[in-house]
Each structure stands twice: as C-alpha cells, then as structure tokens.
Design a protein around this ligand. Structure first.
Ligand SMILES: NC(=O)c1ccc[n+]([C@@H]2O[C@H](COP(=O)([O-])OP(=O)(O)OC[C@H]3O[C@@H](n4cnc5c(N)ncnc54)[C@H](OP(=O)(O)O)[C@@H]3O)[C@@H](O)[C@H]2O)c1
Length: 342
C-alpha cells in the first residue's frame, strides 16, 4: 500500500520545494497537506494532494490529520511547540509504527550569543555523528531548540512506535519550487539590510563562517529520509540520534559581502563595489523585529559550522548543486527585484 504522508508548511520555501519534489518523485504516495491559506493554483497544480484547512494552533485538526498518516513531514515554524505536540499526539493514536521528520535549523549550532566571537572564525565544527547529545541539550550561550527537546523526549518514551528524525539545515539558497514563498531567508534579508545601509557589509574581520546548502540538495535528502520511512526505516537513523545536519559547504561572511558588493553596485543599490565593515551598533540595528533577539548577529556575524556526516554515512547523500558563490547572483537579483514578504 502507498504510504500516507502528511506535510505541513507546504507553501513555504523549504516545505513547498519538498512537496513539489515528493509529488513528482512519488506520484503514487497518498499526500495530504495542512494549509491555512490555499494558493489559487494549488488544486490545479497538485490535483491528487488532499488539503486539510488549519493553522498551527488548530491542534485538534492537526492531531486528527496526523493520526491518519504513516509519515509526517513537519516544516513551518520550528519553534511552534503546540503544532509539534499535536502531531505527536495524533501519531501516537495509531496502532502502527509512524514516522515524524521535523525541520529545525542550525541556529542551535551558532555562537551568536558570544559577543567576542562575532565577526571572526570559530574553530568549532559540529558533527551530527558525535555531538548530537551536546548540541540538542541546553547549553549556556546557545539557543535552545524546544521542538528538538519535544521530539527527542517523544522518541525516548515511544521509540518503538514513533520513529523520529530532525533535519537541521544551515543557511539555504537557490530558488524554491513551491506555490508560496520561493525565496530563502538569509540572502533576501541581507539584501534588505544592504539597501538600507547603502553598502554590502560584514562585521569584525568577516571570517565568521556558516554552513550553506542548496535547496535542491536539501530536497534530495528529504526524499532519502521519506523513502527510508516508507521502507519501514531503511538505513536511516531514527530516534534520539536521528539528527541530520545538511551543510554542503562553508562560506565566510566576507566572501558573501564581496560578491554582493559587486552585484549590488552594478544594480545601483550600493555606492561601492567593496563591502563595508560595520560597527556592533549598526549590526544590532538590523533585523530588529525578527523572530528572536540578536537575529542579525546570528545571520550576519556568527559562526554556525556543521558537518552532514550522518546523511552521507546513513543515506549516501551526495550534494551536487552549484555552490553558493557560483549562483549567488540570481538569488540576490530575485530578492532585489521581487521582494517577498517574510
Ligand atoms: N530558509 C532557510 O535558510 C532556513 C534554514 C534552516 C531552517 N529554516 C527554518 O525553517 C523554517 C521554514 O523555513 P522556510 O524558509 O521554508 O520558511 P517560510 O518560507 O516562511 O515557510 C513557512 C511555512 O510555514 C507556514 N506557516 C507559518 N506559520 C503558520 C501557522 N501559524 N499556521 C500554519 N502554517 C504556518 C507558512 O504558511 P503560509 O504560506 O500560510 O504563511 C509556510 O508554509 C523557518 O522557520 C526557518 O527558521 C530556514
């Protein structure tokens, strides 16, 4: 029998691309999406995908939908605990084994809460084979992933019945393929702030580095995990150690700023084709209304270095999309010409 898959965040940059990939790779799967707003062309584009109307606080609706799914792929807001708890409640109502694949983010691997580290290279690189327990636990100077705690606790208590995996992408780039947002977060945010400042920018000496992954490589990893779930678990790791970093490369902020300066200068958005070193006050004046305090320190001045050891080891994941600096121009131009509300 075809697996029944419930997917949330299906109009998002990541969720929309995963849905599109899933439907084209496995047209035989029985797919349902949770949507609070149904795009006009959704039904005509995905005639076989069922829609459940609801938002992340519609916990009864979410639990009911999950109780009818073999596999849940949860995108959307990683820090929205109620929706995650409702999905787990629904999956645990089933008598059969269920799978939950949950999106998180590598902000938890970032050193942005340590002011002295901002703008310079931190030697620490996190591995999802060796550092899971440390990175997923509460640490000083690190953002706690409350959803990760919920998922790992559920795995510890119900591991025989509920198989979980957490996908932890770094900064993501490349055009999305969904029907809602098709732009990622970090580069469009950078463009907005560079426009306001009148310069491409970096903080400190700009050697702080983050992992990056192309959205198509990320979608490929999702498929491998979904296929493993459909096969009853396959070679994937499920449970408390089911933690997948997905970085395919590292890029320093200075190299991003240098590339952006040339493109944005040519477009008449900034004055110089050389980036500007900004002060801490300037940095802290950016992204002030973002989802958590000091988000600009995280996005533009921190290190978040992680290795996708588990995906390569378990699932033979081989990212092969073009590198960030090879294709940064179309992403920057798209963010400039067609800004999408964040
Ligand atoms: N993009 C990256 O570089 C990146 C990397 C790592 C982790 N992440 C994390 O992954 C998450 C998803 O990223 P993304 O880039 O795909 O974000 P996105 O494009 O903003 O997608 C968010 C999705 O969640 C849905 N959603 C949000 N609030 C909802 C609610 N209250 N009820 C129902 N649906 C709701 C949105 O639906 P609507 O269309 O109705 O708004 C949309 O489908 C983000 O929170 C981010 O922190 C992102």
């Amino acid at each position: 029998m075809s697996p029944r898959v419930l997917l949330t965040g299906a109009t998002g940059y990541i969720g929309g691309t995963v849905l599109d990939t899933l439907v084209s790779t496995h047209p035989d799967y029985d797919v349902t999406v949770l949507l609070r707003n149904v795009p006009e062309n959704f039904r005509s584009t995905y005639p076989n995908v069922k829609i459940v109307n609801g938002h992340f606080d519609s916990t009864d609706i979410i639990a009911d939908a999950a109780s009818q799914a073999d596999i849940v792929i949860h995108h959307g807001l990683p820090l929205h605990d109620a929706s995650l708890n409702a999905l787990i409640t629904g999956l645990l109502r089933r008598s059969e084994q269920s799978f939950l694949i949950r999106l998180s983010g590598s902000v938890m691997a970032s050193d942005f809460m340590e002011e002295a580290r901002l703008g310079s290279l931190n030697q620490k690189t996190w591995s999802d084979l060796y550092d899971v327990d440390t990175i997923a636990s509460e640490r000083p100077n690190a953002l706690v992933d409350s959803g990760g705690v919920i998922v790992r606790t559920a795995a510890a208590e119900h591991g025989k019945k509920l198989k979980v995996a957490i996908i932890v992408p770094p900064a993501t780039y490349g055009p999305g393929r969904g029907l809602g947002r098709t732009q990622s977060i970090p580069l469009p945010r950078y463009v907005i702030e560079a426009k306001k400042l009148g310069a491409a920018f970096y903080y400190g000496d700009g050697t702080n580095s983050q992992g990056w992954v192309h959205i198509e490589d990320l979608a490929k990893l999702y498929m491998k995990l979904v296929e493993a779930a459909a096969a009853g678990g396959g070679s994937a790791t499920w449970g408390e150690k089911g933690f997948y970093f997905t970085s395919s490369q590292e890029v320093s902020q200075l190299n991003i700023a240098r590339a952006a300066a040339k493109i944005l200068k040519r477009e008449g958005v900034v004055e110089s084709d050389e980036p500007k070193q900004i002060s801490l006050d300037e940095l802290d004046g950016m992204l002030v209304n973002y989802r958590f305090p000091f988000a600009s320190r995280y996005m533009f001045a921190s290190n978040s270095r992680s290795k996708a050891d588990r995906a390569k080891c378990d699932l033979e994941w081989k990212p092969d999309a073009p590198g960030l600096l090879e294709v940064i121009e179309p992403d920057l131009l798209e963010a400039l010409r067609n800004p999408q509300p964040c």
